[in-house]
Design a protein around this ligand. Structure first.
Ligand code: PHE
Ligand code: ZN
Length: 865
């Protein structure tokens, strides 16, 4: 058997054996010995001679015994990844496996590994089989009991899932703890921590009056940065009770912050492991955006306790069952807490930048994939964010109340088991009485649908007609697409921005504010329409589609000024900005640029209570978003046109921008968050004019004790080659060099800067005395470089591609998951302007010969196919 085999959804078979109990004993020394005793029972449907399939890799096997007798070599078949026991097995038996692990040399950050002062585990998706032989699949649910023994000085904190049922001293200055998890769980939700950590604790009383202990474990000295995460957790616990009627189910909830972590965080039952950047925050070290990120990731992992843990996934093809639903839940939580408009704009920006690009590239896959080579490659924007969009559409179609009942019904029906996306949809069908047959296609078809709309207004007849059509582009291996049901929220306005109310027309228009486009084409005619309407389509971004409509500039300005839906206003500016960007890409400023500037001037004259929304309306599209709009892509040209756009806006709005740039309060609080966002955006525009006054202001502000202000000022200076930038960056480095999370920001700024030779500078950053190859730091440097520094990354000599490829190859051996994330930057060669396409292809052709991991090799093969 080869490591890189393709797994197909259609090949799913229920497991032959159930593991009822898992008894683990971790003896932590220089090496860690793990004794695993499993109580196994053959499942009803299995043949009596079914072999026992176990997964396992990367450890030393010391013992393998069934009912106390060593398993004979002759009865075993094995390769690098698994082991098959072929001897005759009784209906129920015990399997004992003893393994030895070397966590200090495990740089994959999967299985048991070291992160600073602790040893910790990461088991999703298939990390448990790096610890011991086990049927490492999510549909095997067991009751876990764990004993951990370690040196009491070095590892005073010993944690695992569930309740601590016993603890005490052991010989030679060692101690132990025993944990029992009363809930059935798949092995990917197992977790263990042994470390020397600080602890911040609190309690939470559930709606039914049970007291839950909350404990946060962090590097010593960071305890003061825990309160925000702790408060976020309590808010999430309350929200899930109030909105979904879901209460926490154990007596203790623990969160551990790790310096080294591949992803954002992990929802292990009762013992979440977090990338420290999603736990630690204080006003001087974390930006307002960091605060929001923490609140949402804390909530996300907490919400998994029901959607993911109590009900888990049958197989990894169902990943979106827990991830799409849980992202949707955390998005709603954030919208309820912080305001729906800005929250939604952020979600759409992210979806369009990352997921639309993925869906248009060589790795495009359905939200429920049909096959994979390496499952770690499918923790994607498609599975997570598009998955959340599908759940949102379901809510739109069914109505919020029915939708919530559907989720509750699904959880009741499948509690304590492993379910499928089909089960989730069936629960909604049962509760609503609706048929979701066509809706299922959202899960099975890859590619972003396009909706094209034309309108026609008859002045004499007073009729207004909409022609709608949809199509989904071919994706690799899937040329033919069927229509999907697309909910399009609409509103209509007259030329002065007053709402026009047009009646519903079921079934195509089930409500006056909703079109449901189910077929490839549809037409709606409204009678008795006195003036030509300005339509606002896709309010709230009601479906994950590209919407094409020939808006005039006047219509866009009308929507920008008068729409009440925040997303729709933002979308109107985005369209104006894109039009202007394209104009500047190919020549001097003309009508489109003028229309944008005029619209922004009118916007600036409006009164805004929601400063955060105003900031979002003014923010320029990112380089990576623009990259998705430009085929073939010339990154240098793109960056130059974007710079020109920035400068135009700065000159047209100097007055209001100067006011906003100076109103930069340091205190926390929602209103000030908006003001700081606005100040950051405003100083970014103004800095482009190179006015000494603003450059000085930014340099001074970079030394603020408020990280949002400090970082905002550095962002504003970052693309300007001036002494103020040099001074501010040097001061920031020497102030924060001891603090890994803040230092990540400094590295990201350097890698993203437009000045000088960005390729050389990025290469130098990798050799900088303060550089360490932690996942966060690697992402700060190389992730920022390829995503947000298009001028450097896409240099016509190909040096940017070669730099990234070298690093991918280097990481391929130590940490394939991180290597594979970075490799995303190398996949889109087909969309590049010559000579870059061929240069990048040549880089890929060399790389594919050299990489060893299935993670990277799956992607490169698909990119070259
Ligand atoms: N399940 C985690 C989440 O989204 C993500 C994760 C996946 C973390 C795999 C680590 C490894 O909440
Ligand atoms: Zn998740």
């Amino acid at each position: 058997m080869n490591a890189a085999v393709e797994v197909f959804r259609k090949d799913y078979r229920a497991p032959d054996y159930a593991v009822e109990n898992v008894d683990l004993d971790f003896d932590v020394r220089d090496r860690t010995t793990v004794v695993s005793v499993l109580r196994i029972r053959r499942n009803g449907q299995a043949r009596a001679d079914a072999p026992l399939h176990l997964d396992g890799r990367g450890f030393e096997l010391l013992e393998l015994a069934i009912d106390g007798l060593a398993v004979a070599e002759a009865n075993v078949e094995r390769d690098d990844e698994r082991l098959l026991i072929k001897q005759a097995l009784p209906q129920a038996f015990s399997l004992r496996v003893v393994t030895r692990l070397d966590p200090d040399s495990n740089h994959s950050l999967e299985g048991l590994y070291r992160s600073g002062p602790m040893l910790c585990t990461q088991c999703e998706a298939r990390g448990f089989s790096r610890i011991t032989y086990f049927p490492d699949r999510p549909d095997v649910l067991s009751r876990f009991k764990v004993r951990i023994e370690a040196d009491a000085q070095r590892y005073p904190v010993l944690l695992s899932n569930g309740n601590r049922v016993e603890a005490g001293e052991a010989a030679d200055g060692r101690h132990y703890a025993i944990w029992e998890d009363p809930f059935l769980k798949p092995c990917y939700l197992f977790a263990l921590v042994a470390g020397d950590l600080g602890c911040v604790s609190d309690t939470y009383t559930t709606a039914s009056g049970r007291e839950v202990a909350l404990q946060f474990y962090v590097d010593k000295g960071n305890e003061g940065r825990v309160p925000h995460a702790l408060e976020s957790l309590k808010k999430a616990m309350r929200w899930d009770e109030q909105v979904y009627g879901l209460e926490y189910d154990l007596d203790i909830y623990m969160v551990v912050a790790a310096r080294e972590f591949n992803m954002g965080a992990m929802e292990n039952k009762g013992l979440n492991l977090f990338n420290a950047r999603f736990v630690l925050a204080s006003p001087d070290t974390a930006t307002d955006a960091d605060y929001e990120g923490i609140e949402s990731v804390i909530a996300h992992e907490y919400f998994h306790n029901w959607t993911g843990n109590r009900v888990t996934c049958r197989d990894w093809f169902q990943l979106s069952l827990k991830e799409g639903l849980t992202v949707f839940r955390d998005q709603n939580f954030s919208a309820d807490l912080n305001g729906a408009d800005v929250q939604r704009i952020g979600e759409v920006r992210q979806l369009r930048t990352l997921q639309f690009a993925e869906d248009a590239g060589p790795m495009a896959h359905p939200v429920r994939p049909d096959s994979y080579v390496e499952i770690n490659n499918f923790y994607t924007a498609t599975v997570y964010e598009k998955g959340a969009e599908i759940v949102r559409m379901l809510q739109t179609l069914l109505g919020r109340e029915t939708f919530i009942k559907g989720v509750q019904h699904y959880l009741r029906e499948h509690d304590g088991s492993a379910a499928t996306i089909e089960d989730f949809l069936a629960a909604h069908e049962a509760v609503s009485g609706r048929n979701l047959e066509g809706f299922r296609r959202w899960y099975s078809q890859a590619g972003t649908p396009t909706v094209g709309i034309d309108d026609e207004y008859h002045l004499l007849a007073h009729t207004y007609t909409l022609h709608l059509e949809q199509s989904t582009p071919a994706t690799p291996g899937a040329p033919d697409k069927k229509p999907v049901p697309i909910p399009i929220r609409v509103a209509f306005f007259d030329g002065e921005g007053q709402r026009i109310h047009l009646p519903a027309q079921p079934p195509l228009m089930p409500a006056p504010d909703l079109i449901l486009l189910e077929d490839a084409q549809a037409t709606i005619t409204f009678e008795d329409v006195k003036v030509r309407p300005t339509p606002s389509f896709l309010q709230g971004f009601s479906a994950p589609v590209r919407l094409q409509f020939g808006y005039s500039s006047d219509q866009l300005v009308n929507l920008l000024l008068h729409e009440s839906d925040g997303f729709a206003r933002w979308e109107a500016v985005q369209r104006l900005m894109l039009n202007a960007f394209f104009e500047l890409l190919s020549g001097p400023a003309g009508d489109d640029t003028q229309a944008l500037l005029k619209g922004l001037q009118l916007l600036a004259a409006q009164h805004f209570d929601d400063k955060a929304l105003l900031a979002e309306l003014l923010r320029m599209p990112s380089e990576s978003y623009l990259a998705g709009q430009l085929q073939p892509l010339d990154g240098e040209k793109l960056a130059a046109a974007r710079d020109a756009l920035r400068l135009r806006i700065a000159h047209a709005l100097t007055g209001p921008l100067s006011v906003w740039a100076t109103a930069a309060p340091e205190d926390q609080g929602a209103i000030n968050v908006g003001r700081r966002a606005l100040a950051g955006i405003a100083s970014g525009y103004l800095a482009a004019t190179r006015s000494t006054r603003i450059l000085d202001l930014c340099r001074d502000r970079a030394g603020s004790d408020n990280m949002t202000l400090s970082y905002g000022a550095l962002v504003a200076l970052n693309d300007i080659d001036c002494p103020q930038r040099e001074d501010a960056m040097a001061a920031f480095l020497s102030r924060w060099r001891h603090d890994a999370l803040v230092l990540d920001k400094w590295f990201a700024l350097q890698a993203g800067s437009a000045i000088g030779n960005g390729v050389e500078r990025t290469a130098e950053l990798l050799g900088h005395p303060d550089y360490v190859a932690s996942p966060n730091r690697i992402r700060s440097v190389l992730g920022t470089f390829w995503r947000e520094n298009l001028r450097a990354y896409h240099r016509a000599d190909g040096s940017g591609y070669r730099l990234l490829a070298e690093q991918v190859l280097k990481l391929d051996k130590s940490n394939p998951q991180i290597a594979s994330r970075l490799a995303d930057g190398l996949l889109g060669w087909r969309g590049l302007a010559a000579p870059r396409d061929e240069l990048l292809r040549a880089v890929l052709q060399r790389l594919v010969q050299q990489v060893a991991s299935p993670d990277v090799s799956e992607k490169i093969h698909k990119a070259l196919a």
